[in-house]
Ligand binder design. Structure first.
Ligand code: HEC
Ligand code: HEC
Length: 249
């Protein structure tokens, strides 16, 4: 009996987390009963929150929300977008994964686990088959039925893109470098987007960032190994110029 009480507690926890999300989506995965789906989704939630998933010390939830960002603001600018609706996508934002690869990477999450969380030897091994299924079940469980299947933001010219154009990227960086930054404003933006890692030992210390300040616009737009990139809807060119002015001060 004790174990069924635990299961009930887990289910309640999930329902609580999905609060406001309306109807629950049990029964969507074929051939699985409601209890099994809920357990799988619960496992997905644990993975999503796990800061020890990889070596880098950041969790999925440090870069993505599991709720609608427009409706709720906790004062942080995360590099990734909300994972709501990710299970229904036909391809990842840059078209890198489609079809079976999409399912196997949990809609592209395995790439994040490998690159940003330093887990596994390659994208294929960064998430097990089971973990990918758990994450997909989690997305499905918490997503409202009318969540649009595709992200609508336009990515910056990201060096990992299949159609990356080095000249266009250099021009984007030059545009940022020409802007006049506001250090006071930059301090605030830094606090929302960067401090979480750079003041907590999850990224290089401030003195290192300061030493590499010339490289800052490029680092923010392209990412750098475990450092995530920020798209334009997350940080504008002006935001980055302001952060740079603050760091260089
Ligand atoms: C250090 C930050 C970071 C971490 C940690 C991270 N991601 Fe990401 N993730 C990103 C960025 C940046 C993108 C590309 C922009 C986007 O899609 O939001 C991305 C893309 C994605 C996408 C693809 C979205 C799409 O439609 O193309 C999914 C799904 C995803 N991440 C899920 C996860 C999950 C699940 C984890 C944990 C296993 C995770 N991410 C860990 C930053 C991160
Ligand atoms: C999820 C954690 C995380 C966040 C958020 C983050 N960084 Fe980083 N950052 C890192 C890590 C880790 C590195 C080291 C990258 C590597 O392994 O090469 C790094 C490296 C850098 C570097 C040095 C790049 C180089 O040339 O070596 C700069 C500059 C930088 N970050 C600036 C920023 C700024 C500005 C922000 C906010 C817009 C930010 N970072 C947000 C984790 C983060």
């Amino acid at each position: 009996m004790k174990s069924s009480i635990n299961v009930l507690a887990l289910v309640l926890l999930l329902l609580f987390t999905a609060c406001g999300g309306g109807e629950k989506k049990a029964g969507s995965a074929e051939g699985m009963d409601t209890g099994a789906i809920e357990q799988l989704a619960q496992r997905g939630q644990e993975i999503f929150r796990d800061r020890h998933l990889g070596e880098s010390g950041v969790a999925c939830m440090d870069c993505h929300t599991d709720y609608d960002e427009d409706g709720k603001n906790d004062g942080r600018v995360r590099a990734g977008h909300s994972i709501l609706g990710a299970h229904t996508r036909a391809q990842t934002w840059n078209g890198e994964f489609t079809g079976n690869a999409l399912r196997r990477t949990a809609a592209g999450a395995a790439k994040c686990a490998f690159q940003f969380q330093a887990r596994g030897k390659n994208i294929e091994t960064a998430l097990s088959e089971q973990e990918a299924a758990a994450l997909m079940a989690f997305y499905a469980y918490i997503s409202p039925a009318d969540e649009p299947p595709m992200l609508t933001w336009t990515a910056v010219t990201y060096p990992g893109d299949p159609d990356f154009n080095a000249d266009a990227f250099d021009k984007e960086i030059e545009t940022i470098e020409k802007l006049r930054g506001d250090a006071m404003r930059g301090e605030k933006v830094f606090g929302m987007a960067c401090a979480f890692c750079h003041e907590n030992g999850l990224g290089p210390a401030m003195r290192v960032v300061k030493r590499k300040v010339e490289h800052l616009p490029r680092a923010v737009r392209s990412g750098d190994e475990t450092m995530p990139f920020f798209s334009r809807d997350k940080l504008t060119d002006q935001d980055i110029a302001d952060i740079k002015a603050f760091i260089a001060r």
